[in-house]
Design a protein around this ligand. Structure first.
Ligand code: SF4
Ligand code: MG
Length: 278
């Protein structure tokens, strides 16, 4: 592993690839890409020691747009892939990225158990309360009365999933919310998430300007959480169950033991590694 001291200070631009994002003009994901690369630059992470892993969706294209190692996986499986990578290569900084549909619907089960396992990695979820890539269907975080999708012309009629409360209940060790309209603030949260041991969830409100144009108004309602971050899970539960989804900042940090593979699992991983080497 390259030491930080030996690595010349990099700029955020150096963590971006040469591929031009295909996102719609004005999509919040542009700013989240900037936030991710700013965070890497802020930590001066050696690119060869970093991996960005995703599933499927507009926001899941981020691995292609970064210059670190990456894997654009299959729908809902970003966390399964990221977990496998991190336990076999604990020296790497592993960041999983994706959207609300990928992470909380198809990937919902992986999400719960990634929080529970508490492997040391960071999950950046660009939440726009819609399936953008498949052209605007309701996602798990869509409000019940959103009626603009042809599939749900009268709204879904069901309460949205609360990823933050579920993350807390499932054992996530760090829970924060950012906004794409504040990429510097989002980058700061990503840095904190990476540095905090265990599984970190960073939800970034990231407007889908094509299918949810009204989300442009989020900039008028997003605000810093009015209270300090807490490590009291009961207090955090009350906040996460009652906030309106627009409070940003670190909302919870825990002290749970980070998952580490047991000796026999390490031996199995070594066998696999040897197999690859043959
Ligand atoms: Fe962004 Fe929405 Fe366009 Fe996807 S469909 S690129 S989420 S604006
Ligand atoms: Mg989405």
């Amino acid at each position: 592993m390259t030491t930080e001291a030996a690595t010349p200070k990099r700029t955020a631009k150096e963590y971006k690839s040469d591929y031009k994002p295909v996102w719609c003009p004005g999509c919040g994901d542009f700013s989240v890409l900037s936030a991710v690369t700013k965070a890497m630059a802020e930590m001066n992470l050696p690119r060869e020691d970093c991996a960005v892993i995703s599933g499927i969706g507009c926001s899941s294209r981020i691995p292609a747009y970064t210059s670190v190692y990456g894997f654009h996986g299959i729908h809902g499986r970003a966390l399964a892939l990221a977990t496998g990578l991190k336990v076999s290569r604990p020296d790497l900084t592993v960041i999983a990225t994706g959207g609300d549909g990928d992470g909380f619907s198809i990937g919902g089960n992986h999400f719960i158990h990634a929080c529970r396992r508490n492997v040391d990695m960071t999950y950046v979820v660009m939440d726009n309360e819609v399936y953008g890539m498949t052209k605007g269907q309701a996602s798990p975080t869509t409000a019940p009365d959103w009626d603009k999708s042809k599939l749900t012309p009268q709204g879904t009629g069901v309460n949205p999933f609360n990823p933050m409360a579920v993350a807390l209940a499932s054992g996530a060790n760090f829970i924060a919310r950012g906004f794409s309209g504040d990429p510097n603030g989002a980058a700061k949260l990503i840095v904190e998430g990476i540095k905090h041991p265990g599984f970190s969830l960073i939800q970034i409100l990231s407007p889908c300007v094509t299918f949810r144009p009204e989300q442009r108004d989020w900039k008028g309602v997003v605000r810093p959480a009015p209270v300090e971050a807490t490590d009291d899970s009961a207090r955090a539960a009350r906040r996460l169950m009652t906030d309106d989804g627009f409070n940003t900042g670190v909302l919870y940090y825990g002290h749970r033991k980070v998952y580490e593979p047991k000796l026999e699992e390490k031996a199995a991983l070594a066998d696999i590694e040897q197999g690859f080497a043959i």
